[in-house]
Structures are given as C-alpha cells and as structure tokens.
Design a protein around this ligand. Structure first.
Ligand SMILES: [Zn+2]
Length: 308
C-alpha cells in the first residue's frame, strides 16, 4: 500500500486543524452568539445546553450539581448562570468528554465553582499538543483522571465513566447517569452528519466502530443518548440505535477507502467525492465539516499514517 508523501501529510494535517473552527461557527446563529442558547430538560434532573460547540449536559438535583463539557467561555457563563433549578447550589463535579476546544474552552468558568474536573488520563497531553503556540499555560486542565472506568454516587445519582480505547480522539469518555439512564457519548456520535476524525489527536476509526457496538450493547432501549453534534433536523439527543447509524457511516467510509486503494486510486482521487455512496443524505449544505477530510483521515489510517 502506498505511504503518504510528506506533502499530502502536511495537507492533511492542516486540513484537520482547519476544520475545527467551523464547528462553533456552524452553531453561531445570528448576530449574537448566545441568542441560540437553549436548555432542554430530559429526565430526572438531567438536561442539555446548546449555544455553540459540543453539547453540554447537566444534572441538577437536591445535593447534586454536575456539568459535562463547557463549549466556550461566554456559553459556559450563560449555562452556569441560568442552569435550571440550581438556586445557589455549588458545582459538585465537572467532566470533559474529550479535549477538543469546542468542548473544553469554557472549562475555566466551571473551575471557578469546583476543584473537581474529571477527564480521561490522555486528555491533559492531548490538550497541550492541540494548543496553539503559547496557549497551553492558559488552558484549564482536569484535576482528576482515570484510565478505563470511574464511578461515583452524588446525591441520588450514580455516575459512571467509560473509556473504550481510541475512537474520536485518544481520550474519549462516555458518561452514563445510571439512575436517570441518560448517556453522554460526546463526539463518538456526530448525529447524521460528517464527523471530525482527529488522527493527530489519537483517533482510530476501527476501534471507534467497535466502541459504538459495545456501547449499544451496554445501554438499553430506554437509554437517552446525548450526542456531541447533530444535524439540525436530527438533533443532539436520541437512543442507542443512533450509535449504530454512526457505526454504519464509519464502516461505509472504511469500505469505500479500502476498495479504492485496492483499485489503485491515488489519495486525491479517493478524497474527491461529492458524496459517499449509500450515505447521500450526509451531503448537506448546512454542515461545515467536509467528506473530503473524513476520506483523507481514513486513508491515512489505512496506509499506516494513523494510530492503528
Ligand atoms: Zn470533538
């Protein structure tokens, strides 16, 4: 199999860095960013907050306030100020699903209200590596990390964290509130849109696929699954069946690239697709992440330039 030339490697590296800023811009609706700020209550004190960036999930119960992910500082501040039913309770625990800036840039806002910031053990290094020059010192890092699983009861809720190896990044966490039966899978699900596959940040689509299957078996038909991102009409909450929709897309991407490599196509031929056969509905004008970046990432993984 052909190895990547240095030129294509650099192009891929800069393409993946360039895709991230599109995520917040997608959700920046109208002249004021936070006009789009929205709380939704799901079940048993658990809800979501969206403004721009990856979905924030919160828990507010008697004796338990937990927040997952922080978007950006302005969004985080709005989320904390207006958290439904909080009424003066302090923050017991803050958790990050992974290190990407659209999930962690507002961490500092929540760090003012708790000493307990939990994330996977790989997150601090990934944050440092992804930081722009001179920015690493000003980031807010986890104060507690774990490697495989982590669990704790707060108030009358039991919180369980799972890490199933590299998938969307090298430091993904899935957070299950067991009593409410609500799971936040972070960016393991881009609900019915092209995902960001962060090879430089440790992504591995083959393990991402098996992780989605494992999680599908871990949850049940009553589990509410919160996604990091979603198509505007598909939304950021659903059920465990969404995990298999995401699995099918990643598997389709892998099959397409493998077949094209077998036919001897070049990386530029492989990446030059209007849509992925079988997944035509993913080619949407209102979603900024391109199919090309997905194809280049999987090509890199399959030709030895990734994390396999
Ligand atoms: Zn992400």
């Amino acid at each position: 199999m052909p190895m990547l030339s240095r030129r294509s490697f650099l192009r891929i590296a800069s393409a993946s860095a360039a895709t991230l800023p599109f995520l917040p811009s997608l959700l920046r609706a109208g002249p004021s960013t936070l006009q789009a700020a929205d709380f939704e209550t799901l079940r048993r004190g658990v809800g979501t907050f969206t403004a721009r960036g990856g979905t924030i999930r919160w828990l507010v119960r008697d004796g338990a306030v937990v927040v997952i992910d922080s978007q950006f500082p302005d969004a985080a501040q709005t989320c904390w100020n207006d958290l439904p039913e909080r009424e003066g309770q302090s923050l017991d625990l803050f958790i990050n699903t992974h290190h990407h800036g659209d999930h962690t840039a507002g961490n500092g806002v929540f760090a003012e209200h708790t000493d307990r910031l939990v994330a996977h053990a790989n997150v601090p290094d990934l944050q440092r590596e992804a930081a722009n020059e001179g920015e690493a010192e000003s980031l807010t890092y986890p104060t507690e990390t774990y490697t495989d699983t982590w669990s704790e009861s707060i108030g009358d809720e039991t919180i369980r964290l799972h890490h199933n190896g590299p998938a969307h990044t090298g430091g993904d966490t899935v957070i299950h509130f067991e009593e409410a039966n609500v799971a936040h899978v972070g960016d393991l699900v881009f609900n019915r849109v092209y995902p960001f596959i962060d090879i430089d940040g440790g992504a591995l689509t083959t393990n991402w696929i098996s992780t989605l299957e494992t999680l599908h078996d871990t949850f049940d038909d009553d589990t509410i699954v919160i996604h990091g991102h979603g198509a505007p009409d598909a939304g950021i909450t659903g059920g465990r069946e969404d995990l298999l929709v995401m699995r099918d897309f990643l598997a389709g991407l892998n099959e397409f690239v493998a077949q094209a490599l077998e036919e001897g196509q070049s990386i530029d031929e492989i990446a030059d697709q209007e849509q992925l056969p079988g997944f035509e509905e993913y080619a949407r004008e209102d979603w900024p992440l391109p199919l090309e970046a997905c194809l280049r990432a999987v090509h890199r993984e399959q030709t030895g330039g990734g994390n396999a």
